[in-house]
Design a protein. Structure first.
Length: 188
């Protein structure tokens, strides 16, 4: 059980096929355990395919199409990683708009592993402190982000981590930032 109560808070988990399964299920459970309501948002309909590394894992039912989703209906956004997932989302205009809208509203956003790729294409990383899977370092720096190799980085409601090994710290900070609500320094 989390030290922070997020009862009544709706949290969008934006993902598609190729998501790294543990980067979805672990934060999802952390949000639920803290009283929050996770919602699976995707540009895919029906269900999406999770992966454990390069191996297919479980499928997950999509709750809401990202084209119909509004950041106004949620308290926070979580972006799990997975190379295929992140690469697909970053070129999807609805996914970029949805992510940008959370920043514009000052709402918490959390991204792990390859999840920050979407944030580059959404145009919201310039001047922000964050981390990611090491292969995104140059992309993030080129987009104007201040990248560091740390377990978890928190910058005014933006929570980022590197790999599944960082999930305990990531989950704690995700729930903490959601419990704090809007952040004045979170901006598009």
């Amino acid at each position: 059980m989390s030290a922070h109560d997020i009862s009544g808070k709706k949290v969008a988990f934006l993902l598609t096929d190729g998501v790294e399964q543990i980067e979805l299920t672990s934060p999802w459970e952390a949000v639920k355990d803290a009283g929050g309501q996770p919602v699976l948002v995707s540009p895919s309909s029906g269900s999406i395919q999770g992966f454990n590394g390069a191996d297919k894992a479980d499928t997950f039912t999509v709750d809401l199409d990202v084209a119909d989703a509004s950041a106004a209906d949620f308290d926070a956004l979580v972006l799990p990683g997975g190379v295929i997932n992140a690469d697909y989302l970053r070129v999807n205009e609805d996914a970029r708009r949805f992510a940008r809208d959370f920043f514009a509203a000052g709402k918490p956003v959390a991204a792990i592993c390859h999840g920050p790729w979407l944030l580059i294409d959404a145009g919201v990383v310039k001047g922000r402190d964050l981390t990611s899977f090491h292969t995104l370092e140059v992309d993030l720096r080129n987009a104007g982000a201040n990248w560091s190799d740390e377990e978890v980085v928190v910058d005014q409601g933006l929570v980022t981590s590197r790999t599944p090994d960082d999930l305990p710290a990531f989950n704690d900070k995700v729930v903490e930032e959601i419990s704090e609500g809007q952040h004045a320094g979170q901006h598009a």
